[in-house]
Write a protein that binds this ligand. Structure first.
Ligand code: GLN
Length: 293
């Protein structure tokens, strides 16, 4: 808990928040949000409590921890790695430098998957999350599709350790199976629902990514090869022999990749309904391939 309202000899919540916001404005696009998330984490409270308890006092240990985190953030370390957690859809995931920080735009893929899964008659549902990272997609889909069996793959053993911890903490161990594997190579079909947020950043664009992404997040989760499409293309080819006859494939893509991805999908599945969905920023973000039997 925070202090008891006695006059503060050290730093108040309001002062700490102002100091950090001002400092972080030089290096972050979201200085106030960063300051608030870090301060709330150090104090063990929700962000709204910071506004109602502005005159509360940080104890010396809290002040020191907060200062240390703000300095690390100033150098670019992602807030989610500093706090060790990140909210995604309706779960909180443990994250660290072994996995990509889940992004809000990936929630579009979740919503699309859930609305399809709730209307399909295909039962039981086999779901595969390819390149699961922290386990975000597999976990949220398992949580909301109680009848589905979910397999999550990743090439990175370190990522699978993070995913396994999240699966266990959210008590989904009997619903989500983790497998170390190159995309879908170790799995047979038929798979009703294949979802993936693969690495898709074109290699020559990696040096111009924001510093927090470039310097701290795992390149293996970002690097999509020369045109950014290397893994997406391999995934689509692997999926041709595994996607169920009435299945759905959803792949997150870069905003520049919509036309190339829908062209490839149409070549591989001439009978499918192929579309590219836009995220809240209006950018092409998810390739959707629905087989219609
Ligand atoms: N959207 C991420 C970024 O902009 C890239 C994620 C990915 O390659 N899967 O950094």
């Amino acid at each position: 808990m925070m202090g008891d309202g006695e006059p503060c000899a050290g730093t108040t919540v309001g002062e700490a928040r102002r100091w950090a916001t001002g400092l972080l404005a030089t290096s972050s696009e979201t200085p106030r949000l960063d300051a608030e998330v870090l301060l709330a984490h150090v104090l063990g409270v929700g962000r709204t409590a910071l506004l109602t308890d502005r005159s509360q006092c940080l104890d010396p240990a809290q002040a020191e921890q907060f200062t240390g985190m703000v300095k690390r953030r100033l150098k670019g370390e992602p807030v989610a790695y500093l706090t060790g957690r990140r909210a995604f859809y309706d779960v909180e995931l443990a994250v660290d430098a072994r996995v990509l920080v889940p992004r809000p735009e990936t929630e579009l893929l979740v919503e699309t998957a859930l609305s399809w899964a709730r209307s399909t008659t295909a039962q039981p549902l086999q779901v595969v999350d390819v390149g699961t990272g922290s386990g975000a997609l597999a976990i949220v889909l398992a949580k909301h599709l109680p009848g589905a069996s979910v397999i999550a793959t990743d090439l990175s053993g370190q990522a699978l350790e993070v995913a396994a911890a999240n699966v266990a903490r959210l008590e989904l161990g009997d619903r989500v199976t983790l497998v170390r594997c190159d995309l879908l190579a170790c799995l047979d079909g038929p798979i009703e629902l294949i979802v993936s947020n693969p690495p898709y950043v074109p290699r020559d664009r990696l040096p111009s990514l924001p510093a927090d992404v470039r310097l701290y997040e795992p390149h293996g989760a970002l690097d999509g090869g020369d045109d950014g499409l290397e893994l997406i293309s391999r995934l689509l080819h692997q999926a041709t022999s595994r996607l169920a006859r009435t299945g759905l494939l959803l792949v997150e893509i870069d905003e520049t990749q919509g036309p190339a991805c829908s062209a490839l999908a149409t070549t591989l599945w001439p009978q499918a309904e192929v579309s590219v969905l836009r995220d809240l920023a209006g950018l092409d973000r998810v390739l959707r391939v629905e087989l219609v039997g």
